[in-house]
Design a protein around this ligand. Structure first.
Ligand SMILES: [Zn+2]
Length: 256
């Protein structure tokens, strides 16, 4: 396990092809939480106690709440926006990197759980006043059909015409590709940026699920589909050499 995780500095520079010409994309992890996060053992009801003990994870699985900033073709691209808590580090880390909320050009959403879209809104208004927001139409429609969709309705009103829904084969800005990763939520989406994959919530406890993908956290809405997606994405990454950035991965927030 430890051999499969390589620690480097927060900023990683990736050579990719963007807008059909070679350029470099910098992906900057933004850890939103101030205090360390542990996914508790009880969240993985199907995993046996003996496995947690064997892995030394009795006290919980190291985790985080992250968003990612990518610099692509002169644009500031945000993937998810974390939960918008009072101590959220999203805006401070963006500022540290010289990016104001107005400077964000595009925001791609992996799924519509509160810890991924909470940071898009503050006091009922849009935080990112100039950004175009992209959400998989499957995910958007599924949540709009649910009873508890007040946050999404408010988001829709606040972003107005800047909220774009898309199909998986649509052409997206900056050469970014959307990939089906359904299961955690109905339209959970992975994004490909050059040789990186922004994988959202395909894993909540990397130290457990990397070698034991059959176990789900209770946050996964469809466990069978989540397991199949997790295995498929991990196999694809292993075959293709993709670097995976996850919204709940522990530091350094990626796997390679
Ligand atoms: Zn999440």
């Amino acid at each position: 396990m430890k051999n499969r995780i390589i620690f480097i500095a927060l900023a990683a520079v990736l050579a990719i092809s963007c807008a059909q010409r070679p350029t470099e994309v910098e992906i900057i992890p933004i850890q939103d939480n101030v205090t360390p996060r542990l996914m508790q053992r009880g969240l993985f009801a199907d995993a046996p106690d003996s496995l947690f003990e064997a892995l030394g994870l009795q006290d919980g699985i190291p985790s985080s709440v992250c968003a990612f900033l990518a610099k692509c073709d002169g644009k500031n691209v945000l993937f998810d926006a974390a939960n918008g808590a009072h101590d959220s580090q999203l805006l401070p880390v963006l500022a540290f990197n010289g990016v104001t909320p107005e400077d964000v050009d595009y925001i791609f959403i992996t799924h519509l759980h509160g810890d991924h879209i909470g940071g898009l809104m503050k006091d009922g208004t849009a935080v990112f006043t100039d950004a175009e927001l992209y959400i998989n139409k499957v995910e958007y429609d599924a949540w709009m059909a649910m009873e508890q969709n007040a946050a999404l309705v408010a988001l829709t009103q606040a972003y107005g015409d800047r909220l774009n829904t898309f199909a998986l084969d649509d052409t997206l800005p900056c050469g970014i590709e959307a990939m089906e990763a359904y299961g955690h939520t109905p339209g959970h989406t992975v994004y490909k940026v050059g040789s990186a994959l922004i994988v959202g919530d395909i894993m909540h406890g990397v130290a457990l699920q990397l070698e034991n993908p059959q176990y789900c956290a209770r946050f996964d809405m469809d466990h069978g589909q989540s397991v199949a997606t997790r295995k498929r994405i991990m196999e694809m990454a292993a075959d293709s050499g993709f670097k995976l950035y996850g919204m709940h991965f522990p530091e350094p927030y990626y796997l390679q």
